[in-house]
Design a binder for this molecule. Structure first.
Ligand code: TYM
Length: 333
């Protein structure tokens, strides 16, 4: 794959739980889309995951499942480098160096750090604070041109750009300054129970999110109980966050524009619309689930793909890390 003329793409996902339809529509769908035309590096961010306390056996299992799911969405492990972050030590090494080029003040402004500090008040560890610097290392190691992400990661990407710029100015151009890549719709899928909040894998209310591995019946039930409003007319508006969110999901699953959706459901109620959204979500997820169920039984294959992935990732990462170490003045023997 390493083709000099192709643009480079990198993105990661935490193996903290089964990903939601928000992760899929906001990020993973674009990973697959970009995998056809770019040199892509996709990783499971297990180093990031331990900034919140994890059960070891569960984390291990979820990492394997996440790997299977990445292949199940259609990422070809031969054409793309699909790997596990902790298998490539260069991520931690570059992250330490970049810490010394990141200001305490700019890291303190990260809204996700503030939110997570509130949520995990008993464990505000240094890793949680340092999280975006590790993310910058993930991206800059591979000289990524594009980073497909959901809207919640925009601020972290901005920080990675600032760190790259700063390092390039202190020394000579070393890192490519990456651009975020957002899909047209679905960059911020909201909770089905509180549509003013982001849909999250870690939500304690199971009705708030649809997991990529939910059974069709459960998906239908969850959309049926989605919080909307009392107007009973399908159109997008800031004061109709529930319906607007369902329209985003429907649009991202079917490719239909908001105008078309409004027309199609003009004389129909919320019951019909919710049923249609559920059907579209099931149609979108079912082929992935079938492929996942097949792959998850072949642990040897998944392990062998992950091993090859980390070797290929390490090869690319080492090139950048070596340059960085030379520039900062480490004695190389
Ligand atoms: P994570 O694991 O929380 O989410 C993975 C991807 O899914 C997107 N996403 C969403 N998109 C739309 N609607 C939602 N409700 C929603 N929830 C999540 C996220 O924006 C993300 O793109 N810090 C990252 C992982 C990471 C990373 C990186 C990403 C580590 N290193 C380097 C890009 C580049 C995270 O926690 O994503």
């Amino acid at each position: 794959m390493e083709n000099e003329n192709k643009k480079i793409v990198l993105s990661c996902i935490q193996p903290t739980s089964v990903p939601t339809i928000g992760n899929y529509l906001g990020a993973l769908k674009n990973w697959k889309y970009m995998s056809e035309d770019y040199d892509c590096y996709y990783a499971i961010a297990d180093l990031h995951a331990i900034t919140v306390r994890q059960e070891p056996a569960k984390l291990r299992k979820q990492s394997l499942e996440m790997y299977a799911l990445l292949l199940a969405i259609g990422l070809d492990p031969e054409k793309n480098v699909v790997f596990v972050q902790s298998h490539v030590p260069e991520h931690s090494q570059l992250s330490w160096i970049l810490n010394c080029y990141t200001q305490f003040g700019e890291a303190s402004r990260m809204t996700q750090f503030k939110e997570k500090s509130q949520k995990h008040a008993d464990n505000i560890n240094v890793g949680l604070f340092d999280y975006p610097v590790l993310m910058a290392a993930d991206i800059l190691l591979y000289q990524a041109d594009y980073v497909p992400i959901g809207a919640d990661q925009k601020q972290h990407l901005e920080l990675a750009r600032n760190i790259a710029d700063r390092f390039n100015q202190v020394y000579t151009p070393t890192f490519k300054v990456p651009e975020p890549f957002f899909g047209k719709v679905g960059t911020r899928i909201m909770s089905l129970q509180d549509p003013t909040k982001k849909m999250s894998k870690s939500d304690v209310n199971p009705k708030a999110s649809v997991s990529m591995l939910d059974k069709p019946d459960d998906i239908v039930k969850k959309f049926k109980s989605a919080v909307t409003d009392s107007e009973a007319r399908v159109y997008a508006s800031d004061d109709k966050p529930g319906i607007t969110n369902l329209m985003s999901i429907y649009s991202a699953c079917t490719g239909l524009s908001f105008e078309q959706i409004e027309k199609d459901f003009d004389s129909k109620g919320y019951g019909d619309f919710k049923a249609a959204v559920a059907e579209a979500a099931v149609e979108c997820l079912e082929p992935i689930q079938n492929e996942f169920n097949h792959l998850i039984n072949d642990k040897a294959y998944l392990e062998s793909c992950a091993r090859t992935g980390s070797e290929r990732a390490s090869y690319a990462a080492r090139k950048t890390l070596r340059k960085v170490m030379k520039k900062v003045g480490f004695w190389q023997v």
